[in-house]
Design a protein around this ligand. Structure first.
Ligand code: SF4
Length: 396
């Protein structure tokens, strides 16, 4: 498989989505989201604008907007999904229109540097043997002087992220690896994001150490993808924009039944089972609460009986009840504000090893993040066990 930054990000976001899209090559029934559509129309318009600049063709702001509206109209389809239902197609078209006007005003006449490539395809080699390769497309590659390059990327996100967040972004940093390798004179590469919604630029430069570390991280990630067997789904807030929602195990039944007539809905065997499950768990809760209250009352009565009769054991048909009273020490619990102080005293008193216990539950949770030399040793003691739970979530 040819990898790319977006393929790897898709795997990290949800392995099942990655499998549907890149391994099973499933053609989604639903179209792209309106945000993605607006993004690609804005990108296409800027691509055209810079091509015109390259060919020394002057384009006015109105000509640029005319082109944007034309391609919007030609490519729009009613199957494009609008997840934020309170907004219409026109709202998104106008947003793109504003982004482009602001951009034009800020950068006209677009002559800062020489255009090296627009929508430029690049191959990134992460190792000397060429085993790990990535493919990418640079929105615009510029040269601004001897050995000076700039990678420009247009973003149509609704919000402008903070610089710290972009410092962790891998996409343009990966592209800079290719530029430093493929262009003999390249000495410095600036990564420039244009966040069009806020008319803001974020500019970052990476050190060689950071790029080397990135190569290692991406090689590890590719190894993880290649050795993946399960491709589990990973539901998140981004599911709303996923084109495979209708076949995903998390959403399939919800989508299949959401528009059914009330009687058809209740006839569905899944709906029937969940309703029964909810009814029984509610009943169980009620019964347990009632029994717990009764146990408390009887317990109080037995203690009073013992005090009145001055006894510590009371006879029953099959059991003898014996009361036990003792004042015990209680120390701050895990979430108590005084717990750190307690931990400190125990550690300073060299009692930690004697009083602390290994948390095997936590160990199983962090197992996948442990270094290989530890997991290899743990594997002989590890047994796999399937846990099946049902969670109930109240509908809004
Ligand atoms: S809907 Fe969510 S959980 Fe399902 S495949 Fe898509 S991203 Fe993954």
């Amino acid at each position: 498989m040819i990898y790319s930054h977006s393929r790897l990000s898709s795997f990290e976001q949800c392995p099942l989505k990655f499998k549907y899209r890149y391994i099973d090559l499933i053609k989604p029934k639903v179209q792209q989201s309106v945000e993605a559509f607006m993004g690609s129309m804005v990108h296409n318009t800027l691509e055209k604008l810079y091509k015109d600049v390259k060919f020394k063709k002057e384009t006015s702001v109105e000509e640029m907007i005319e082109y944007y509206n034309k391609i919007w109209k030609e490519n729009w389809s009613d199957s494009i999904r609008i997840v934020r239902k309170e907004y219409k197609e026109e709202n998104f078209r106008k947003m793109g229109d504003q982004y482009l006007r602001d951009y034009y005003k800020r950068y006209y006449p677009f002559t800062d540097g020489k255009i090296i490539g627009i929508e430029k395809k690049i191959m990134i080699s992460l190792d000397k043997e060429g085993k790990y390769q990535l493919q990418g497309f640079i929105d615009r590659l510029m040269s601004t002087g001897e050995g000076e390059y700039e990678i420009h990327d247009y973003k149509t996100n609704i919000e402008v992220p903070q610089v710290e967040y972009m410092k962790k972004d891998r996409q343009l940093a990966l592209y800079s690896i290719a530029i430093l390798e493929k262009y003999q004179d390249a000495k410095n590469v600036k990564l420039i994001w244009h966040f069009l919604s806020g008319n803001k630029e974020i500019v970052i430069e990476k050190t060689n150490e950071e790029l080397e570390k990135l190569k290692t991280d991406i090689i590890e990630l590719i190894d993880k993808v290649e050795s993946e067997k399960e491709f589990k789904h990973k539901p998140s807030a981004l599911c709303g924009w996923c084109e495979f929602k209708d076949i995903c195990p998390e959403w399939k039944h919800l989508i299949k039944t959401e528009d059914l007539e009330p009687n058809k809905f209740l006839e569905d065997s899944g709906v029937d089972l969940v309703n029964k499950y909810v009814e029984l768990t509610d009943n169980k809760k009620e019964i347990l609460e009632k029994v717990d209250k009764e146990i408390e009352l009887v317990k109080e009565a037995i203690i009073k009986f013992c005090e009145r009769e001055n006894v510590t054991s009371v006879n029953g048909s099959d059991y003898i009840s014996r009361i036990w009273v003792k004042d015990v020490s209680k120390f701050p619990g895990k979430n108590d504000d005084n717990r750190p102080e307690l931990n400190k005293i125990i550690k300073e008193g060299n009692l930690w090893a004697e009083l602390s216990e290994l948390d095997t539950f936590k160990l199983s949770r962090i197992y996948d993040t442990l270094p290989a030399e530890i997991t290899k040793k743990l594997d002989g003691l590890r047994k796999m066990e399937r846990i099946e739970r049902i969670y109930l979530k109240q509908k809004k």
